[in-house]
Design a protein around this ligand. Structure first.
Ligand code: 1GP
Length: 240
């Protein structure tokens, strides 16, 4: 059933804000998962994203199978690589790294993914992925060998996002990078939001309730938070 995307659209229509908790399979253990998921299930989180820039083979699939027994909220693969595609998930963000100019992350990895996707019933959501500089070199930059967009090139970021939408992306993800020093600026979020009409995801470097609220106020429909929960699970309590 292709419902993750439709449910995101329905939530936005109802003016509900979405929060995805990002779990990096390399930074957690199956033992730690049940208590983490208890806290997540009791929180305002609406989605679980699973993925990482560098994850050993099969680890993602094992983690997602375990997660599906621990939560009812949608589990979405946010893949760093095609080895992370897991048919037990509810959906997959089919990411195009449109801030970069590396053809591997614009079309080649996607072609490589097709045999796996043909064999599964995973809901595939085309997602424009825009990496924006955030104060330090991120894993995405290193792994994809692409340059992030400059924070002060707001109109170029807006144009890139609109180009992505016109190419058929169904979601737009503004990414500062995991553990970013600065989250995405409110000005960037609001200018992109004014221009596109597909759901807007913002992530990277959000470590406080205020930063989360600022991203929503600026126009983010969904915010992705990973590091803040990895470092201190008490962050769940701050959000309720
Ligand atoms: C990274 O946007 C996500 O891809 C989340 O970033 O780990 O900094 O929360 P953080």
């Amino acid at each position: 059933m292709n419902s993750v995307y439709k449910n995101i659209q329905a939530s936005i229509k109802k003016k509900e804000k979405l929060l995805a908790v990002l779990i990096d399979p390399d930074k957690t253990t199956l033992e730690a998962l049940p208590s983490f998921m208890d806290k997540l299930n009791a929180s305002i989180a609406t989605h679980v994203f699973v993925g990482g820039s560098e994850v050993s083979k099969h680890v993602t699939q094992i983690l997602i199978a375990a997660l599906k027994n621990l939560t009812k909220i949608p589990v979405v693969v946010f893949p760093g690589d095609i080895t992370q595609i897991s048919e037990n998930a509810d959906a997959l963000l089919f990411l195009s790294l449109i801030s970069g100019r590396n053809p591997d992350y614009l079309i080649d990895k996607h072609v490589q993914a097709i045999p796996l996707l043909k064999a599964s019933e995973l809901e595939v959501i085309p997602t424009g992925y825009v990496l924006i500089e955030s104060g330090k070199k991120t894993s995405v930059e290193r792994v994809t060998k692409t340059q992030p967009m400059k924070r002060n090139e707001v109109s170029k970021i807006v144009d890139t996002s609109l180009a992505g939408q016109l190419l058929g992306q169904k979601l737009m993800y503004l990414e500062a990078g995991s553990g970013a020093t600065h989250p995405i600026d409110s000005e960037i979020i609001s200018e992109v939001k004014k221009t596109i009409n597909i759901p807007l995801i913002v992530g990277g470097g959000v470590r406080s309730k205020k930063q989360l609220d600022d991203a929503y106020k600026a126009g983010a429909d969904m915010v992705v938070v990973g590091t803040a929960f990895e470092e201190d699970e008490a962050f769940f309590n701050e959000l309720n």
